[in-house]
Design a binder for this molecule. Structure first.
Ligand SMILES: Nc1nc2c(c(=O)[nH]1)N[C@H]1C(S)=C(S)[C@@H](COP(=O)(O)O)O[C@H]1N2
Ligand SMILES: [Mo]
Length: 333
C-alpha cells in the first residue's frame, strides 16, 4: 500500500470500508481476531488496497447505438475506470478490484441465452444476436448498491419487454427468473467458498412480470460506448435502476418465465438482510447500516468521500411507485 496522507474524514471512510470487509469475513466464519493477527487475512486486506491500483481491463468492441434524449442525463457520470474497475462480481472474488483482474478468464463468445418456461415461443439467442436482435440505445442510469455507494452509468442495451414480447409469456407467467453462467473452471468463486463469499451458485435473480415489463428495465450489452467488459457482466446483464445493484444479475445464460416467485441469491444467503424486492429505499435501513445516504463513487481517489441523500426508488419513484401501490415497503424490502 502506498503511503498516503490521511485527513480525519478519510480515516472515517476507510474504517467504514474495513468494517464492511470485516462483516463479510465474519459471515464466512473468519473472526476479527483472525483478521488482525493471521498473515493470510492481513494479505487479503493489503490486496484490497493494492487492487485499486491495478490497470483497467482492455476495452470491449465499439457498438452501434442511438442516444435518445429521453435517456440522457445531466448527472455527472462516474468515470469509466471506476465503472469497470470497482465491481461486485463474487464469482471472481470479493474485492472491488477482483472482477477487473480475474473476469478476463470467462469465455463470453460463443454464448447462448435461452428464454423459456411459461412462454409460447421459447428462444435461444447466440452471442451476436444479443447485440443485434434489438436496436441498442444508450441510457444513463443511477446505480445504487445495497452497500450504500452509488454511480451514474451510461449503459447500452434494449428494454427487457422487447425480448419478453418475442417469446410471448403465457397467462400463467407471473415472474421472470434469471441465471448467471455456471462455470467453476472459469469462475474461481464458484469453486472456492472463500473466494466466492459463501454464496450458492449459479447466481440467480428474479422480478415480478410487471417489473420485468417496465420500460426502465434494461438488458445491457454495453457501457461507455463499447461491449460490456467481463467484469461488468459480459455479454449480457440485467439493469433495474430503481432496485439495489444486486438485482442486476450479470452474464446471464437463462431467463425463465415462472408461475411461482423464484429464489434469489442474496435472499437465500441472508433473508433478513436482502429481500426479493430490494427497491432502493432511504427509509428502510439494512439491519447493519443506514440506507439514508450513499457514498458517491466519483472522480476523486478512493479516499475522497462525497455522500448524498439516497432517493426513494433511487430517484425513479415517479415512474415506478405505481407498481407497489398498497404494498408495505418495510415488510416487502
Ligand atoms: N452474477 C453476479 N451478478 C451480480 C453480482 C455478482 O456477484 N454476481 N453482484 C451484484 C451487485 S452486488 C452489484 S452492486 C452489481 C455491480 O455491477 P457493476 O460491477 O457492473 O457495477 O452487480 C450485481 N450482479
Ligand atoms: Mo451491490
Amino acid at each position: 500500500m502506498k503511503t498516503k496522507k490521511l485527513t480525519e474524514a478519510d480515516v472515517t471512510a476507510e474504517s467504514v470500508f474495513m468494517l464492511q470487509r470485516r462483516q463479510i469475513l465474519k459471515m464466512l466464519g473468519i473472526g476479527a481476531t483472525a483478521l488482525t493477527l493471521t498473515p493470510p487475512a492481513q494479505a487479503s486486506l493489503l490486496d484490497w488496497f493494492k487492487g485499486n491500483d491495478r490497470p483497467p481491463a482492455p476495452a470491449g468492441k465499439a457498438l452501434d447505438f442511438s442516444k435518445p434524449p429521453q435517456w440522457q442525463s445531466d448527472l455527472p457520470l462516474t468515470p469509466e475506470n471506476k465503472v469497470t474497475g470497482y465491481n461486485n462480481f463474487y464469482e471472481f472474488g470479493l474485492d472491488k478490484a477482483d472482477p477487473a483482474a480475474n473476469a478476463g478468464a470467462m469465455a463470453t463468445d460463443p454464448w447462448t441465452l435461452t428464454i423459456d418456461g411459461e412462454v409460447a415461443k421459447p428462444l435461444t439467442l447466440d452471442h451476436d444476436a444479443l447485440a443485434s436482435r434489438f436496436p441498442l440505445a444508450e441510457r444513463i442510469y443511477r446505480m445504487r448498491c445495497v452497500e450504500a455507494w452509488s454511480m451514474v452509468i451510461p449503459w447500452i442495451g434494449f428494454p427487457l419487454h422487447k425480448l419478453l414480447a418475442l417469446v410471448e409469456p403465457t397467462s400463467h407467467a407471473k415472474y421472470v427468473a434469471f441465471q448467471t453462467l455456471y462455470a467453476p473452471e472459469q469462475m474461481p468463486g464458484q469453486k472456492d467458498r472463500f473466494i466466492g463469499g459463501g454464496l450458492k451458485y449459479p447466481y440467480v435473480e428474479g422480478l415480478r412480470l410487471d417489473e420485468a415489463m417496465h420500460p426502465l428495465t434494461l438488458m445491457s450489452v454495453g457501457v461507455y460506448g463499447k461491449a460490456l467488459p467481463p467484469q461488468n457482466g459480459a455479454p449480457i446483464r440485467l439493469i433495474v435502476p430503481w432496485k439495489y445493484g444486486f438485482k442486476g444479475i450479470k452474464s446471464i445464460v437463462r431467463i425463465r418465465l415462472t408461475r411461482e416467485r423464484p429464489p434469489t441469491t442474496w435472499n437465500l444467503s441472508a433473508p433478513n438482510e436482502y429481500g426479493f424486492y430490494a427497491n432502493v429505499n432511504p427509509h428502510v435501513d439494512h439491519p447493519r447500516w443506514s440506507q439514508a445516504t450513499e457514498r458517491v463513487i466519483g472522480a476523486g481517489g478512493i479516499l475522497k468521500v462525497e455522500r448524498q441523500p439516497t432517493l426513494l426508488f433511487n430517484g425513479y419513484a415517479d415512474q415506478v411507485a405505481s407498481l407497489y401501490r398498497g404494498l408495505n415497503l418495510k415488510e416487502n424490502f
